[in-house]
Design a protein around this ligand. Structure first.
Ligand SMILES: Cc1ncc(COP(=O)(O)O)c(C=O)c1O
Length: 362
């Protein structure tokens, strides 16, 4: 089958160049006579892959050696637990901003460890915007946000990022390296790789060294940030192949011109889609304009049968995985860094055609 446009929220599409590069060196990596999957994580050849991926990610994030970059396992979800385990061990308080299902889950996990205060939320309006952030009490151990809400299609723009008097922590799983945030604002960020940075199996954590020193002592090994940092994420066997693919993705992003260029492309891709939606007679997007996600564009017709017909027809056009999250319904186009403009234009062409054919149904 020909390759299709895959709008999945994650695992998501990868650039074909990255897949082909991995394919070309699959059975013999760098004249080793072995595939990356077969390399010992203690070998020099693997360590070079590991360290190069780490350096490139820090470079893309424009973070210096006052930050540590970790490759962890257990998905982004495990970070919902690891963070409070490391920073709320003494039943102290942290502030959370609730902007959707993923922050709600992080809040529930943190409650096992300490006092969680939800200082702002857009829940009563179905998470259709990013709430204003009130003044933040300096006694909190940290302030936690999710920069892009994969399910609801909202994001923090640069100027909405909080100026926090306490360490700022963020789940960037669905928009890492997609726009040019000042990453030095954050003391810790994490992201599962399977949306913007590769494949599932590895979670990237960037943590300020100064903040790292404040983490709890005597934690179970696999939840102890300090141990992972001391051991360069090689305490136990890391997800070697996933880290290798993340390294290829980082190289690809650098070749695209880095985050500045990627951001321009993402603004253009999402802009075209939102422009179409704002002028459409049958499709709608109900997110506050200034808070719209560049990565996950949600839309709906308001008629379940029409949505179903749209989704069925999309596959015939080579446009896959456009179904909205089950908690929201409708449609969602995830247009991460690797989605080419052609994919977005093909989607708009199909939407136009569908609109012409179904105007009277709406
Ligand atoms: C913003 C966000 N955070 C966390 C997660 C959970 O990630 P994982 O499945 O890697 O644990 C997701 C998954 O889609 C997500 O979109």
């Amino acid at each position: 089958m020909e390759r299709v446009y895959n709008f999945s929220a994650g695992p998501a599409n990868l650039p074909l160049e990255v897949i082909e590069k991995a394919q070309n060196e699959l059975s013999d990596f760098n004249d080793s006579g072995m595939s990356v999957m077969e390399l010992s994580h203690r070998s020099k050849i693997y360590e070079d892959i590991h360290n190069e991926a780490k350096e490139k990610l820090l470079k893309l994030m424009k973070l210096g050696d006052d930050y540590e970059l970790l490759f962890l396992q257990g998905g982004a979800y495990t970070q919902f637990v690891t963070i409070p385990m490391n920073y709320l061990e003494d039943k102290s308080s942290a502030a959370y901003i609730n902007t959707g299902s993923w922050t709600a889950k992080a809040i529930e996990e943190a409650k096992f460890f300490g006092n969680v205060e939800v200082i702002a939320s857009s829940e009563k309006d179905h998470f259709t915007y990013i709430p204003e952030i009130p003044e933040i009490n300096k006694d909190y151990k940290y302030l936690y946000i999710c920069t892009n809400n994969t399910i609801y299609g909202t994001r923090y723009t640069k100027d909405k990022l909080p100026n926090s008097p306490v360490p700022l922590l963020a789940d960037m799983s669905s928009n890492i390296l997609s726009e040019n945030y000042d990453m030095t604002k954050f003391d810790l960020i994490f992201a599962g790789a399977q949306k913007n940075l590769g494949i599932s199996g590895v979670t990237i954590v960037a943590i300020k060294k100064d903040f790292l020193t404040k983490s709890a002592e005597n934690l179970p090994t696999m939840f102890d940030y300090k141990i992972h940092a001391e051991k360069n994420s090689l305490y136990n066997t890391p997800p070697t192949f996933a880290i290798y693919i993340t390294g290829l993705m980082a190289k690809w992003l650098i070749n695209q011109g880095g985050v500045e260029e990627i951001e321009k492309m993402n603004i253009e891709k999402a802009g075209k889609l939102y422009d179409f939606l704002d002028n459409s007679k049958i499709f709608k997007n109900n997110i506050k304009k200034e808070d719209r996600s560049l990565m996950n564009v949600i839309f709906f017709t308001g008629n379940k049968d029409l949505d179903a017909a749209f989704l069925k027809g999309a596959e015939k056009e080579g446009l896959f995985n456009l179904k909205g999250h089950r908690s929201v319904g409708g449609m969602r186009a995830s247009i991460y860094n690797a989605m080419p403009m052609d994919g977005v234009e093909s989607l708009i062409d199909y939407m136009k055609k569908f609109e012409m054919e179904n105007k009277q149904e709406a």
